[in-house]
Design a protein around this ligand. Structure first.
Ligand code: K7E
Ligand code: CUA
Length: 765
């Protein structure tokens, strides 16, 4: 290993001392025409490639947050490159990021226990970005779990899950998460009717006892948390509420929720009854729920609620009395409901119908004002006649599901599930403009900022349910297929297929990349899950092992390329807390921490403090190491957890080393270090002769290199002190450590130099 580093380092040093790297004139092996012929590519393919290909170091224009379906995660990728950037784990452990392994994130996952039961997955459907005045602001992200009624809160400072709230009254949900235009509330609507508060009633009492509901979770932006104590729900009939959207601008203060199975059918195929699918799609219409949440907020604040499982719920009678909820017939089994950018129209996809229905908010309000109702439903809610609320109904094709808006006025895209197509149409005039076939069976689609008051246009992504023949086969379970479509022209153009091997995508939210301002490093000693300082944050020099009865607290630091401490001795039966701070400031210098066979796995990003706890129930000598290839001596970033058996009797003896060093060894190492320093000096003068301060990336690399050189000076002092004592063993080893720090400093320096060369730095006086 050492040999290799020395060799590589000499090469680097050679380049550095030349001052300029030599670029060879490259002769391409094939011409563009030859490549096209060999791979069978058309001009159109080439154009599509040019629209998505992002050269090394290039960045994307938009960032998409896609639901990860059954994985309980969120997939983050860039558009137009379709490169996956991250998985954000919400309801499921994710080892790489230590989520569900460190104590801090375990606490977040534990918030998601339902009635005391730990859940190991989530069915994520609808991510929603926090909004300011109806446009995504890049601060927070929310997502629901359909299977267990939960909502996750993610901060986009670090793309980590900070909170999971459990809905106290629902059994399942689907119409979440959707936010109101200033993220006053995160909306979560029920799916399958149940007993509010998760109690029991026989299915024979379905109409009387089973209920739906919609929850308005209060979001506190300062704290970055949902406040369950300031949240409320509205009780609804057992109509199987589905998707939701919040009104905006013209319809601010209102929200809209679909439903299916307004027939309130209860299946029972096993006893000879027709199945749910028949009974739930028999009637021609279901109900669009039109809800005045602003007024509901007042009713809740006035205390006109019943408390179910500790949570305030506005009862149906009150909702009727106060005029909070109106129903409008909508074509049967609809799916998406999407409010237009100006808030004036609400578009509902028919799913089992061939039309999309455009409702006018103005007409709805006029009907409410004139009390122009066709009657009430069995629970007393007034019903607005469909024809009184409709602006237009447009036949689009088979299975209209979800809608997204373009930057062009009146232009909307609707997925056609059965036809496997996307329709582009004009919802003001009610006419179809274009259609494109996709592969296959599209569910949701996402246009860039396509649900905001000001959609960004450019791209549309089709989130497909099946991939069938699009990719190399990998067994019966196929990857999902996200298809990128160019919508900048009159005709939609398919650009790219992206397979995702994680879970079914439902919805995705998108945002202009420049609105995101994530952290590069944490403030020193941050508990990333609370955002505050970690009580166990440890500075270099104050690492320690503290025992309190049978609990051992190990306050550690991690930095290239060692942990302090490295040898940790405990007794069988002890509880050991490893509280580790990554003391790096350098960008992307993440360390991992694992303890063999003890299921310990931490991710320590620069500045972060994380904790892992084990009960030392198996005596032995357990290696621990860093799991991220953080530096040339990453493999040496190791240590031992010594768990002494209960009956072990200590024998006093020193560590016996495998190698003895002499003065000659010491002198040789010192000579290497002196030579190395000369190289470092030449790199430093190369950098400082240039306008490096104009490049923040380089300025922080220089900061990091200075840190390493300070560590080198410290090791040098230790080496020289040992040499003065003629302790050649320690003198040689400390001189070696001095050299390690030099190598890191030189490595960083060369990275900085390359950056300056590639970004046109100029010589300054
Ligand atoms: Cu899959 Cu919005 Cu849950 Cu439609 S949902 S596809
Ligand atoms: Cu730290 Cu590898």
């Amino acid at each position: 290993m050492k040999q290799t580093i020395r060799k590589r380092f000499t090469t680097l040093a050679g380049v550095a001392s030349l001052g300029l790297a030599v670029t060879a004139m490259a002769v391409p092996a094939e011409t563009l025409d030859e490549v096209m012929a060999r791979r069978g590519l058309s001009q159109q393919d080439l154009l599509a490639a040019a629209k998505t290909y992002t050269p090394t170091g290039g960045r994307d224009e938009f960032i998409v947050f896609s639901s990860g379906g059954q994985s309980g995660q969120i997939i983050v990728y860039g558009v137009p490159s379709m490169r996956i950037l991250k998985y954000v784990s919400v309801f499921t452990p994710e080892p790489w990021q230590g989520y569900g392994f460190d104590t801090e994130s375990k606490k977040v996952l534990a918030e998601g226990k339902i009635d005391g039961r730990e859940l190991h997955w989530g069915d994520t459907h609808h991510p929603a970005l926090s909004e300011t005045e109806g446009a995504p602001d890049g601060e927070f992200l929310f997502i629901n779990d359909k299977s267990a009624p939960r909502v996750g809160v993610i901060s986009l400072e670090d793309f980590e899950t900070k909170q999971i709230v459990v809905n106290p009254i629902l059994q399942s949900e689907h119409g979440g998460t959707f936010v109101t235009p200033n993220t006053e509330y995160v909306i979560e609507a029920a799916q399958y009717p149940g007993i509010l508060g998760r109690g029991f009633a026989p299915l024979s009492e379905f109409n009387e006892k089973f209920r739906g509901a919609i929850t308005y979770w209060k979001f506190n932006r300062e704290k970055g948390r949902i406040e369950p104590e300031n949240s409320f729900s509205i009780e609804l009939p057992p109509y199987t509420q589905d998707l939701t959207d919040a009104g905006k601008l013209a319809s601010y203060g209102w929200s809209f929720t679909n439903s299916f199975c307004a027939e309130r059918y209860v299946g029972g195929i096993e006893s000879g009854r027709p199945p749910f699918e028949a009974g739930c799609s028999q009637a021609d219409t279901d109900f669009l729920h039109v809800i005045n949440w602003k007024k509901a907020e007042e009713v809740y604040k006035a205390g006109k609620v019943k408390i179910i499982n500790g949570h305030p719920v506005i009862p149906m009678e009150t909702a009727v009395e106060e005029g909070l909820v109106y129903l409008i017939a909508e074509p049967k089994s609809p799916h998406g409901v999407d409010v237009s950018p100006d808030g004036k129209f609400i578009v509902v996809g028919g799913k089992l119908d061939v039309t999309a229905s455009v409702y006018s908010f103005e007409k709805i309000q006029a009907a409410i004002k004139a009390k122009n109702f066709s009657g009430t439903d069995p629970y007393g809610f007034p019903i607005i006649k469909m024809e009184d609320a409709l602006h237009v109904q447009v036949p689009l094709g088979l299975g209209p599901l979800h809608n997204q808006y373009d930057s062009k006025p009146c232009v909307i895209y609707t997925s056609l599930y059965v036809d496997s197509q996307i329709a582009k149409w004009d919802y003001c005039e009610g006419k179809v403009l274009d259609k494109i076939s996709i592969h296959y069976n599209v569910g949701h689609l996402v246009a860039m900022e396509g649900e905001s008051v000001k959609p960004a246009g450019h791209y549309l992504i089709s989130l497909n349910k099946l991939a069938i023949d699009r990719f190399n086969p990998v067994g019966p379970l196929h990857p999902q297929n996200h298809q990128l479509i160019d919508i900048s022209g009159d005709k939609m153009e398919l650009l790219y297929d992206m397979p995702i091997p994680l879970g079914e995508p439902h919805y995705a939210a998108s945002i202009a990349a420049d609105k995101l301002k994530p952290l590069v490093r944490y403030r020193y000693g941050t508990n990333s899950r609370t955002g505050g300082r970690h009580e166990g944050a440890t500075r270099p020099g104050s690492e320690r092992i503290e025992r309190d009865g049978t609990t051992v607290n190990v306050y550690m630091t991690a930095i290239r390329s060692h942990f302090t401490p490295e040898i940790i001795e405990v007794n069988e039966g002890d509880t050991v807390n490893f509280i580790i701070t990554n003391s790096e400031r350098a960008e992307d210098e993440t360390h991992g921490f694992s303890v063999s066979t003890y299921d310990v796995n931490l991710s320590l990003e620069p500045g972060k403090t994380s904790t892992a706890t084990i009960v030392a129930d198996r005596p032995g000598v357990f290696s621990f190491y860093c799991t991220e290839f953080c530096s040339a001596l990453h493999l040496e970033m190791e240590g031992y957890l010594v768990i002494k058996p209960k009956d072990y009797v200590e024998k006093a003896s020193a560590v016996s080393e495998g190698q003895a060093y002499t003065q000659a060894d010491y002198d040789k190492q010192v000579q290497t270090n002196v030579d190395t320093q000369a190289v470092i000096d030449s790199v430093v003068s190369y950098i400082t002769a240039r306008n490096y301060k104009d490049f923040p990336e380089v300025a922080s690399l220089v900061e990091d290199a200075v840190d390493q050189l300070n560590f080198a000076a410290d090791a040098k002092a230790k080496a020289e002190a040992a040499a003065a004592e003629k302790d050649w063993q320690n003198a040689t080893l400390w001189a070696g450590q001095w050299w390690q720090y030099q190598v890191k400093a030189a490595d960083i320096g060369l990275r900085a130099k390359t950056f300056l060369d590639e970004h046109g730095a100029v010589v300054v006086e």
